[in-house]
Design a protein around this ligand. Structure first.
Ligand code: GLA
Length: 692
């Protein structure tokens, strides 16, 4: 196929013909001119003889795969030696994929600097916290803070952008791969940059010493060069700033590439990054800001789909940019990196794929198409086996692809729309993680304990940052807003005054933006509005009984005594006989404020109480189920837009489930009308209803 590179213009003629008119898509993650939802896979043409490509792409096309992500690890093939670029093979791979109606996403290969680079510039290799410099032979070994490394990253990204920025078969870019797990280099260059960053933030050492209260344990700094990179437990202010610096470093590292990509690429080509759900290496609200949309890599690892946690992770990712997203990578039956790399059950992969779409994904990509014949991931799940022929899962994935093709038009321009939002804050998460006070404390588990019953009741929940616009929500729940600076508090109070219902969980409003204690009792700047405060917090040795408006049950792990209540603050729950201090004290209070309401739940509650609390929150805020009750184990979601609603029902269990619909609807997978649904194990139903 060499002639293609000789006559590049011919490549254009061989581009993937758009399936619909080229109007710009209203949803950034839906590619104009292509199916609104896409099935994809990770393909590594650089690992295979070119004679093999045609068969792989033929098999992909037969499985209704419409997009491949390539090159995120192909630096040494694109630049075999410094400044000697070889893209001809890549031209051919992209064109051949297009011949099979498959578009391409290019990954910038900066997670894997080539050996010639690390040999010439070993200083770009990361230094571990123990001072050891990592070697070549793995990935994520380049230092994101290294000015030298960034120079090389910029060059390779620019070369790729100049070559493919106008290629009709290239629909977008992925920056790096999983952002090197936010790993940092503990070298002098990084240390120097951190100190400069602190200087820019605090201005004077006096200010920094004050904010971090360094008079404690004589931590006082008299010179910026005294300030260490925190390894292990350290001053909470220093630890939080180090995380902020990590976020700034990776955001700059990303921008270093975005700038050159945007210089040479057509605006239709998106730029995304593949994140990892609740990974907390940096603040995702900050780093995703310059991207077209966010993507994530959705893996189960050991065991099976936890539909609530997985749904929550999708909603977290959607909330990064409050836009639909891509699942750039997901599990083809099994992984290779977990303790027990069991296979997902038959039908479970399909249920997972549809759950992604249901929560706002517009692409689901399987990692990977085929294992490299050698390398660190030979055992990972794939779609074709070591002999290059389909594995058992291939049929299930082909079915997913066929279903995506059949429903993509109905899903065009649609997104989940929620009346309920959960607030998530990386600062609060880190602050609690570093000072758990009881090893049993799990702020993500707590978030999930609110999400589960609220998602079941409302059938759609957004997860957004505490700074996000909140006016569209009837109910906003902040289970763990431990770090609650004044500006965030004002934003929340404005929401409540305007008529919203804000529910706070335990440990709320304890810290300022420097991870220092606020000098008001919890919830800090919200005490006045709540008409109450936390008198004392307790890590529980044993569960404490609670009873009240939501029935009786137990506080587990953590409980706070509320008090100093205003006369119009209503006690919803009271502690029974527990640790003595808590006995008969308020455990949850609520109060009207402005046109809205503010509620404080001062303990980690058991599941039964959480379900009752969620019902009370929803009822009191006018939050209703989108479609109506569904059987346990069935997840219902709605995507709305373009004058229609599409409902997706997924049976996340291995037992059959059935339900009657409140009205007749069109089944998009069969084209028939129905007023009831029968779902087999992991069964999926996609229903359409015109809204006008
Ligand atoms: C990650 C990486 C992939 C691959 C898979 C394996 O998500 O991005 O390169 O290693 O995990 O599950």
């Amino acid at each position: 196929m060499r002639w293609l590179s000789v006559f590049p213009c011919l490549a254009v003629l061989l581009c993937v013909q758009p399936t619909v008119a080229q109007a710009a898509s209203s949803v950034p993650s839906q590619i104009a001119g292509h199916d609104a939802i896409l099935l994809g896979t990770a393909w590594y043409p650089e690992q295979w003889p070119e004679s093999r490509w045609e068969e792989d792409l033929r098999l992909m096309e037969a499985a209704n795969i419409k997009v491949v992500r390539i090159t995120e690890f192909a630096w040494s093939r694109m630049e075999p030696s410094e400044g000697r670029y070889d893209f001809a093979w890549l031209d051919r791979a992209i064109a051949l994929a297009a011949k099979h109606h498959i578009v391409t996403v290019l990954g910038t290969p900066t997670a894997t600097p080539p050996a010639w680079l690390t040999l010439k510039h070993p200083e770009i290799l990361r230094v571990e916290p123990d001072g050891q410099r990592v070697t070549h032979g793995n990935r994520a070994h380049g230092s994101a803070a290294s000015a030298m490394y960034r120079e090389y990253c910029r060059k390779i990204a620019e070369q790729m952008a100049q070559r493919y920025g106008k290629n009709p078969n290239v629909v977008g870019w992925q920056i790096d791969n999983e952002y090197g797990y936010a790993l940092m280099s503990y070298d002098d260059e990084t240390r120097g940059q951190f100190r400069q960053w602190l200087k820019a933030k605090y201005g004077t050492l006096e200010n920094l010493n004050a904010r971090w209260t360094t008079a404690y344990w004589s931590e006082t700094y008299d010179d910026w060069n005294e300030i260490p990179i925190p390894v292990g437990e350290h001053n909470p202010g220093l630890m939080l700033d180090w995380k902020h610096f990590i976020t700034a470093t990776w955001t700059d590292y990303q921008q270093n590439q975005i700038t050159v990509l945007r210089k040479h690429t057509e605006t239709r080509q998106f730029i995304t990054g593949n994140f990892m759900g609740f990974f907390d290496g940096f603040d995702h609200y900050t780093i995703t800001e310059p991207l077209t949309f966010a993507s994530w890599d959705d893996y189960v690892g050991t065991g099976h789909l936890d539909a609530v946690y997985n749904g929550l992770s999708h909603d977290l990712t959607r909330g990064f940019k409050r836009e639909n997203f891509w699942v750039m990578e997901t599990q083809p039956a099994m992984v290779n990196w977990s303790k027990l790399n069991n296979s997902l059950n038959k039908g479970e992969v399909r249920a997972m794929a549809w759950q992604a779409i249901a929560h706002g994904a517009d692409e689901v990509g399987y990692w990977q198409w085929r294992s490299a014949l050698n390398g660190q991931e030979e055992y990972h799940g794939t779609l074709v086996g070591a002999d290059g022929t389909p594995v058992p899962l291939y049929a299930e994935v082909s079915q997913i692809g066929q279903e995506f093709s059949a429903t993509q038009d109905a899903l065009r321009g649609t997104s989940p729309v929620s009346e309920v939002a959960l607030l998530y804050s990386y600062d609060s998460h880190w602050a609690i993680q570093w000072q758990k006070h009881t090893e049993k404390y799990d702020d993500i588990g707590l978030l999930k304990s609110y999400y589960g019953p609220l998602r079941k009741l409302s059938q759609s929940v957004d997860v957004v940052s505490a700074n996000a616009p909140l006016d569209s929500y009837k109910l906003v729940v902040a289970p763990s807003l431990n770090v609650l600076p004044k500006d965030v508090a004002s934003h929340l109070l404005e929401y409540v005054r305007g008529g919203g219902h804000l529910v706070l969980g335990p440990r709320s409003g304890m810290k300022d933006e420097f991870n220092g204690l606020l000098t008001q009792r919890q919830p800090g700047y919200l005490v006045e509005a709540l008409g109450g405060r936390v008198e004392q917090f307790y890590a529980l040795e044993k569960n404490a009984p609670v009873l009240g408006a939501w029935g009786d049950g137990e506080a587990t792990v953590w409980a706070e005594q509320l008090g100093s209540l205003a006369s119009d603050a209503k006690t919803l729950l009271t502690y029974g006989k527990g640790n003595g201090w808590l006995d008969d004290q308020p455990a949850a209070v609520t109060r009207g404020y402005g046109k809205g309401r503010i509620t404080y739940i001062a303990a980690v509650l058991d599941e039964k109480l959480m379900a009752a609390a969620a019902e009370w929150m929803a009822e009191g805020s006018g939050v209703k189920a989108i479609l109506g009750p569904v059987p346990d184990g069935v997840e219902l979601s709605r995507r709305r837009g373009n004058g229609k609603d599409v409902f997706i029902l997924i049976n996340t269990t291995q037992e059959a489930r059935s339900l009657d619909l409140p009205r007749t609807m069109k089944q998009l997978l069969t084209g028939k009308e129905t007023s009831s649904v029968a779902l087999g194990p992991y069964g999926v139903e996609v229903l359409e209803e015109a809204t006008h």
